[in-house]
Design a protein around this ligand. Structure first.
Ligand code: MG
Length: 224
């Protein structure tokens, strides 16, 4: 089973969240702090909204904060965010091999679906696993066995393409074969991506010749 992260792995969306955050804060005369950026960029939506409310002492409740983020981001996901280079070719190559694929994302379901529809990608995936619906963050190793179980596959036979270093570490810990994917957003932590992945790639472009070696071991049993 091949799992893909969405933001920063298949689509070039990590910068969009910085823009959403900046617009949200500047409307209130606030500026982002390193602590804020660190927290919200690694968190699922409800936890990030609760943190934002507390960190800045905001009046609105987390639901209203999430709604404003969602509205600001929706347009971008539905219309402008591009695929990362090589993403489509990689999905095509796995499909041609008959490998089942799923998304494993901390993205909001409606944003995720908007981006998939925009790029015509819905048909590639057997399912979409939303960390938010599991109530877990992707840096929590517990999310990976849950996702594997959803599709009836043991973690040892799962591959994950992922850009966030903490998520790479958590998935590796859970027995997934992790392909770390470079994204500018985590440029300063590239060494952590490399250390916590089976393979780390600067781009998905040109990766398709290597997918056989990636899945050969985990799928040996099924194919015999
Ligand atoms: Mg990501």
């Amino acid at each position: 089973m091949i799992f893909f992260d969405l933001d920063g792995t298949l689509i070039d969306s990590n910068g969009v969240w910085l823009q959403v955050d900046e617009a949200f804060l500047s409307k209130r005369g606030l500026v982002s702090t390193p602590e804020y950026i660190q927290m919200v960029s690694h968190s699922i939506f409800p936890a990030a909204a609760r943190f934002t409310k507390e960190h800045y002492g905001l009046e609105e409740n987390p639901e209203d904060i999430m709604e404003e983020w969602r509205d600001r981001a929706y347009d971008a996901y539905a219309r402008t965010i591009p695929l990362k280079p090589g993403a489509l070719e990689l999905l095509e190559a796995f499909r041609a091999k008959g490998e089942p694929m799923a998304l494993l994302t901390a993205s909001l379901p409606e944003l995720c679906r908007a981006a998939l529809a925009h790029h015509g990608l819905e048909g590639y995936f057997q399912g979409l696993f939303f960390a938010q619906e599991a109530g877990l963050e992707k840096r929590d190793p517990a999310v990976y066995p849950m996702a594997a179980e959803r599709f009836g596959v043991p973690p040892g036979r799962c591959v994950l393409f992922e850009d966030a270093p903490d998520n790479c570490a958590a998935a590796t810990k859970s027995g997934f074969t992790v392909v770390g994917v470079y994204d500018d957003f985590y440029a300063g932590r590239w060494v952590d991506v490399v250390e916590n992945s089976r393979i780390a790639v600067r781009t998905l472009e040109g990766f398709t010749p290597y997918i056989d070696s990636l899945t050969a071991f985990p799928y040996t049993e099924r194919r015999t």
